[in-house]
Design a protein around this ligand. Structure first.
Ligand SMILES: Cc1ncc(COP(=O)(O)O)c(C=O)c1O
Length: 415
């Protein structure tokens, strides 16, 4: 049998949505034009609610200027090589120092992509004697990092402290027998549901159990806390987070990531994270651009205030109209509706083609078979008028869904 014979049938669960013209519409859609709340899709301007450009930095004129000047000055190549070999610069060091100060940690290591970065953090911190306990909804990059782990692992029910404690007990017992340590991994803000990790309760368990805590705060950095330093700051537990991770791909609207911790931990990670040691260092425009973005997050709190004005208007508006938005405490805004996959695709087409709203829909197997989850990402680029338009549109589609209008295929894509 040829290796590729199975490709016809071995499609991924997401790949099924690419069939019958779905590719380019449901999957791999192309949003065109300047990044903003209104972008072009399928030939028409649409109100867009699916970009993690929380603070509106992606297309901010100051950011665009600094990015362009850095590209002009340095090109995309410099510095060549991995950080450890030939890819280090004073500006990489400066960015690490500024990030450390901002997130209240002793030291920081830059990462080229969050995914590879956290994958290697998990891999580096754990050896076969160690035991890991992680939230069942942890991001794929954490789960993939754990695939490398040769020791024991325990998954706890999402944000369920009772279940976490039960798993911790087992983990601590095993670690004692093997002579290893325990690592707990969770997220600051869960990116699908907007739920905030119950970090206060997690760190309280440190009094009884001996473990270290790694938090992925991809969606919390820049959006949560009094200064935007993230979910640890928001909950008053930043000091208890032993290893703090975030990406530049959301609030910073760029690429790359970082991990912050005590100097001892960062020094160890610098010399052990294989995805960083054996890969090229972040190019200069990314580093210079990140310094500028961080400065703006620090000095322009009005960006975060604007984001939260939109978040509150959207979330309160949805709740007032009887929508179920789950337990979000962050800008991520899910809307849960009752319906199957067929209805979800009809609803999405209606939203896009007739109401000019572009948002992402999450269906089975990510959510149960009879649930449609629409995920809205408010940003500082949205206006209160955008919120009103969206609330009206949601009232309309919810009514149609209830009436059974989406049970047949009547809404078609206009090309
Ligand atoms: C929770 C979480 N962790 C990690 C990542 C990976 O980050 P990056 O896009 O920088 O690879 C993402 C997605 O961007 C994420 O949502």
């Amino acid at each position: 049998m040829d290796l590729f014979d199975k490709l016809e049938t071995a499609n991924s669960s997401l790949g099924q949505y690419s069939k019958n013209g779905g590719h380019g519409y449901y999957t791999f859609p192309k949003l065109k034009g300047e990044i903003s709340a209104h972008m072009e899709f399928n030939g028409r301007k649409m109100l867009t609610w699916s970009l993690n450009n929380y603070l509106g930095l992606a297309n901010h004129p100051e950011i665009r200027r600094v990015d362009a000047e850095a590209a002009q000055q340095w090109g995309l190549a410099y510095p060549m090589g991995a950080r450890m070999m030939s890819g280090n610069t004073d500006l990489h060091d400066q960015l690490e120092a500024e990030l450390s100060t901002f997130v209240h940690k002793e030291d920081t290591v830059l990462l080229n992509y969050g995914y590879q970065g956290i994958f290697s953090i998990v891999d580096s911190l754990l050896d076969r004697k160690d035991v890991v306990v992680y939230d069942e909804q942890a991001h794929a990059c954490i789960v993939d990092g754990l695939r490398m782990h040769l020791g024991k692992r325990f998954r706890y029910n999402h944000n369920d402290l009772e279940n976490l404690e039960k798993q911790l007990k087992r983990a601590c017992r095993l670690a004692e027998e093997s002579g290893g340590g325990v690592l707990v991994i969770t997220e600051g803000v869960f990116g699908m549901s907007g739920v905030v990790g119950d970090l206060k309760a997690v760190v309280a368990l440190k009094k009884q159990y001996n473990f270290r805590l790694l938090v992925d705060d991809a969606h919390g950095f820049g959006t949560m806390g009094a200064t935007g330093a993230g979910t640890g700051e928001f909950l008053g537990v930043q000091d208890e987070i032993d290893v703090y991770f975030s990406t530049f791909a959301k609030s910073m609207a760029s690429i790359g990531a970082f991990v912050s911790a005590d100097k001892k931990v960062c020094d160890y990670l610098r010399y052990t994270m294989r995805s960083q040691i054996f890969a090229k260092s972040l190019p200069m425009p990314i580093v210079v651009g990140a310094l500028k973005r961080l400065e703006m997050i620090r000095t322009q709190p009005e960006l975060r205030e604007k984001l939260w004005t939109i978040v509150r208007a959207l979330q309160n508006g949805l709740k007032d109209r009887g929508f179920n938005i789950g337990q979000t405490q962050s800008p991520v805004t899910p809307v849960f509706l009752n319906g199957g996959v067929g209805e979800a695709s009809q609803l999405l087409v209606d939203l896009r083609e007739n109401l000019n709203i572009f948002c992402s829909i999450v269906v089975y197997p990510v959510v149960p078979k009879d649930v449609i989850m629409i995920r809205l990402i408010p940003t500082a680029m949205h206006s209160l008028e955008d919120v009103q338009t969206t609330l009206q549109a949601f009232e309309e589609v919810a009514k149609k869904l209830k009436n059974g209008d989406y049970a047949q295929e009547i809404y078609t894509v206009q090309v």
